[in-house]
Design a protein around this ligand. Structure first.
Ligand SMILES: C[S@@+](CC[C@H](N)C(=O)[O-])C[C@H]1O[C@@H](n2cnc3c(N)ncnc32)[C@H](O)[C@@H]1O
Length: 356
C-alpha cells in the first residue's frame, strides 16, 4: 500500500472539535466497557515497566475512561509496576496539541490520580508496525477501524458506500476492509507481548439492524439540496465521499475461521451489540429538535469535516463552506428527528506466541 495515501488521510476535525463532539462514541465505549474491565483484570504483567497502547486516540478525551480502568486494575495489584507508559497513536494529521493539553488539564485525566505514568504519542498510521516488537501489555482501540487505509475510489452517487448502486466499487471497499483488518491484526500482533491483550471496538453490521445508511443518506440529500441551489458543483458532489466501510460478523471472524488464531492472535471474544443513540435519547426527554439536529450534525462534522474541507479547498471557485453544509444538515435533521440504529463490534484478542 503506498505510504503517501496513509499520510494524506485527514484525521478528525481539529482545535479540539472532536473532543467536544464525540458523545456518540463515548456512549458506545461506555456500553462495552465491562468487557474491557474483564480484559485488563486478566492481564499478567511480566515486567515492572508496563505499556498501554491507545491506537487512534484522536484528541484523547474518549481514551480517559479505558485508560483509567486499566491503570486502576494494574495499580491495585500486590506486585505493581514501577512505571507505566501510555502511548497514544493516531495519524500524522491528528490534533495532538489538543490531546496533550487534555491530558494535562482534564479533571478526569489519568495524570491527576496516579504517579509514575508517562504519556507518549506516535503520529503514524497503525497499518504499519509503529511500536517496538513484543513491547505492549494492553492495547485499546475504538471507533477507528471503519476508516480505510486508502480510498478504493470516489463514490459518485452517494457519500457512503453502503448506499451506492455501484456494485464494483462496493466490492473494492469490501476487499479493502478485509485487507486492512488483516494488516491491523498483524501489526498489533508484532507489538504485543506474548500474553498481552488487545480490545478493539468498531462499527459493524447486523442483518437485523438498521445501520448507518439512513443517517448518511440524510447527509447526501443535504448535499443534493446544495447542488440544486447551485452552491455545490457536480464535481464537488462526486468527490465528497467517505473512505469508510462497515464489517459484518462474518468478515470480522474470517481471518480466525481455521483455528481461532490469526497472526499469533487468539480470538478470545467477539460481540456485536446495538449501539446507543444518545442524541435521540436526549430528544425523547427534551423534545428539543434543534439540539438533536445540532448534536448529530456536529458529530458528522467532527468525523467527516476534514474530508469535505479537503475537497472544497482543492476545488476552484467553490461557493460552499463546510459550515454551510453542516448548518443545512442540522436543519434537515431537526425537521425530522429519527433514531439512528447502529451496531458496534467488540473484539478481544490475546497474543499467544512471542514474535521471533
Ligand atoms: C472517530 S475517531 C475515534 C477516536 C477515539 N478512539 C474515540 O473512540 O473517540 C477515529 C480516529 O481514527 C484515526 N485513524 C483513522 N485511520 C487511522 C490509521 N490508519 N492509523 C491511525 N489512526 C487512524 C483518525 O485519525 C481518528 O482520530
Amino acid at each position: 500500500m503506498p505510504r503517501s495515501s496513509l499520510i494524506d488521510q485527514p484525521a478528525m476535525q481539529g482545535n479540539g472539535f472532536y473532543n467536544k463532539n464525540s458523545e456518540l462514541q463515548e456512549a458506545g465505549i461506555e456500553r462495552l466497557i465491562s468487557l474491557w474491565k474483564n480484559l485488563v483484570d486478566t492481564i499478567n504483567l511480566t515486567t515492572r515497566a508496563a505499556v498501554i497502547a491507545d491506537y487512534a486516540s484522536s484528541q484523547g478525551k474518549n481514551s480517559l475512561l479505558p485508560i483509567n480502568i486499566a491503570l486502576n486494575s494494574i495499580l491495585s495489584r500486590d506486585l505493581k509496576p514501577n512505571s507505566i507508559s501510555v502511548i497514544h497513536t493516531d495519524l500524522p494529521s491528528n490534533d495532538f496539541s489538543s490531546l496533550f493539553e487534555m491530558i494535562e488539564k482534564n479533571e478526569k485525566s489519568y495524570l491527576k490520580n496516579h504517579a509514575n505514568i508517562f504519556p507518549f504519542a506516535v503520529g503514524r498510521s497503525y497499518f504499519e508496525t509503529i511500536l517496538p516488537l513484543n513491547s505492549v501489555d494492553i492495547g485499546w482501540n475504538s471507533w477507528s477501524l471503519q476508516w480505510l487505509s486508502v480510498s478504493p475510489g470516489n463514490i459518485d452517487d452517494h457519500i457512503f458506500i453502503d448506499c451506492s448502486k455501484n456494485t464494483n466499487l462496493k466490492k473494492l471497499f469490501s476487499h479493502q476492509l478485509a485487507v486492512d483488518w488483516a494488516q491491523f491484526l498483524r501489526c498489533r500482533s508484532n507489538e504485543l507481548k506474548c500474553g498481552g491483550k488487545l480490545m478493539t471496538i468498531f462499527i459493524a453490521s447486523r442483518n437485523d439492524a438498521g445501520g448507518w445508511g439512513p443517517f448518511w443518506n440524510e447527509f447526501w440529500l443535504t448535499l443534493l439540496d446544495l447542488r440544486n441551489c447551485d452552491l455545490l458543483s457536480d464535481i464537488e458532489l462526486s468527490l465528497i465521499s467517505l473512505p469508510i466501510g462497515v464489517r459484518s460478523l462474518d468478515e470480522i471472524e474470517d481471518p480466525f475461521r481455521k483455528s481461532n488464531i490469526f497472526a499469533n492472535l487468539k480470538l478470545e471474544r467477539l460481540d456485536i451489540i446495538e449501539a446507543p443513540d444518545p442524541f435521540w435519547d436526549e430528544y425523547q426527554i427534551t423534545q428539543d429538535r434543534i439540539t438533536y439536529g445540532h448534536r448529530w450534525a456536529n458529530m458528522a462534522k467532527a468525523v467527516a469535516g476534514p474530508v469535505i474541507t479537503n475537497v472544497l479547498h482543492n476545488s476552484e471557485n467553490t461557493k460552499c463552506t463546510l459550515s454551510d453544509i453542516i448548518t443545512r444538515f442540522a436543519e434537515r435533521l431537526s425537521s425530522n428527528p429519527f433514531k439512528v440504529t447502529h451496531s458496534l463490534a467488540s473484539v478481544v484478542l490475546e497474543k499467544v506466541t512471542h514474535t521471533g
